[in-house]
Design a binder for this molecule. Structure first.
Ligand code: TYM
Length: 335
């Protein structure tokens, strides 16, 4: 892992609410496949999580829970750096500098910003929500990452990050690598079981559309059995069958079987039989994750140690990039 020749991967998830199947197939599973071949930094971005109304004690709890779930999902801390965003000095500092280069209009046009401002119940929209993608760009650029693996919903944000890297380089001279976005082939957009036109999301009003990684088997089965399907009865992947297509994608991601193989396997089956098989496949994926999670989640000293070690490695790399950035933008060095 200390091999400095390795390409650098950086990606993060927010500790708001619980991690779900979308986070697993769109993110964690894909991240775990990279830890042997790259130098990987995986963050838990608590500073992002305060851009929407939240409860501080729940944020603290979710930060530890996410770390335990990262490890339980295969992110071996011996092979990658797991860190908490607020432990690293530099993310918000770099965000300030990048924000000075970022046109407001570009932030106002971000799909997720428009979506969230329309849904925010309280009517209060903090400027943190608008500036969110700039902080995300800083998360990536502060490690001079080569590649950023994300689900499809984060693609636009990584594109903004690329724009800002280019703009910084053009303004102040070559400094940042322009990171490549990496989207997995399966599971890049797991959809809500209740509204397959929307992505599966922890902020979804209807929580029965969202399978959490810590849901017990009976709840997983109940949620999948009540998933919205379509009229007709064929188990087929098609544009006019978003519910069944979503279940096929989930089963494909869970089993490694292709969609075509699954269509053949369930040709002539009732939706009920198919849904039970999807539930079995998901439960099989979740069981070992939940068992490992139970083993480590109570050991706060262990989790704190992982955060400490992750912060050590992350801070070291961040300092290197930040001293370069400060020099380029004309700040007087601190002596
Ligand atoms: P977040 O916390 O919403 O999601 C974490 C990761 O899970 C992916 N994901 C999904 N993939 C497939 N189907 C879904 N339904 C689904 N829902 C979520 C996301 O694409 C993401 O990869 N802004 C980011 C966190 C972030 C970040 C970063 C990511 C902050 N700084 C720097 C990469 C690099 C977010 O809110 O992800």
């Amino acid at each position: 892992m200390s091999n400095t020749d390795h390409k650098v991967i950086l990606t993060c998830a927010q500790p708001s609410g619980q991690l779900h199947l979308g986070n697993y197939f769109g993110a964690l599973l894909n991240w775990a496949s990279m830890i042997d071949d790259y130098e990987c930094f995986f963050g838990i971005v608590d500073q992002h999580a305060i851009t929407a109304p939240y409860v501080p004690a729940e944020l603290r709890q979710a930060t530890y829970r996410n770390l335990a779930l990262y490890i339980a999902s295969g992110l071996d801390p011996e092979k990658c750096h797991l860190f908490c965003q607020s432990h690293i000095v530099g993310h918000t500092e770099l965000a300030w500098i990048l924000g000075c280069l970022c046109p407001i209009g570009q932030l106002e046009r971000m799909t997720q910003y428009k979506d969230k401002t329309q849904r925010q119940d309280s009517g209060f929209i903090g400027s943190g929500l608008l500036n969110y993608p700039v902080l995300m760009a800083a998360d990536i650029l502060i490690y001079n990452a080569d590649r950023v693996p994300v689900g499809e919903d984060q693609k636009q944000h990584v594109e903004l990050c690329r724009d800002l890297a280019i703009k910084f380089n053009n303004t102040y001279s070559e400094t940042f690598k322009v990171p490549e976005v990496y989207i997995p082939k399966t599971g890049a957009r797991v959809r809500s079981l209740q509204d397959p036109n929307r992505k599966m999301s922890k902020s979804d009003a209807n929580q029965s559309g969202c399978v959490y990684l810590l849901d017990p088997p009976n709840i997983v089965r109940k949620k999948i059995r009540s998933a919205v399907t379509d009229s007709g009865s064929a188990v087929r992947f098609a544009q006019d069958k978003p519910g069944v297509s979503n279940l096929l994608s989930i089963m494909s991601a869970s089993t490694g079987k292709s969609i075509e193989d699954l269509e053949n396997e369930f040709a002539g089956s009732q939706y009920g039989t198919f849904k039970d098989a999807v539930a079995d496949a998901v439960i099989t994926v979740l069981e070992p994750i939940q068992a490992k999670y139970e083993e480590i989640q109570k050991d706060k000293a262990y989790l704190d140690r992982i955060f400490r070690e992750g912060a050590g490695a992350a801070q070291k790399r961040a300092n290197k990039i930040m001293s370069k950035v400060y020099r380029k933008v004309g700040f007087v060095p601190r002596t």
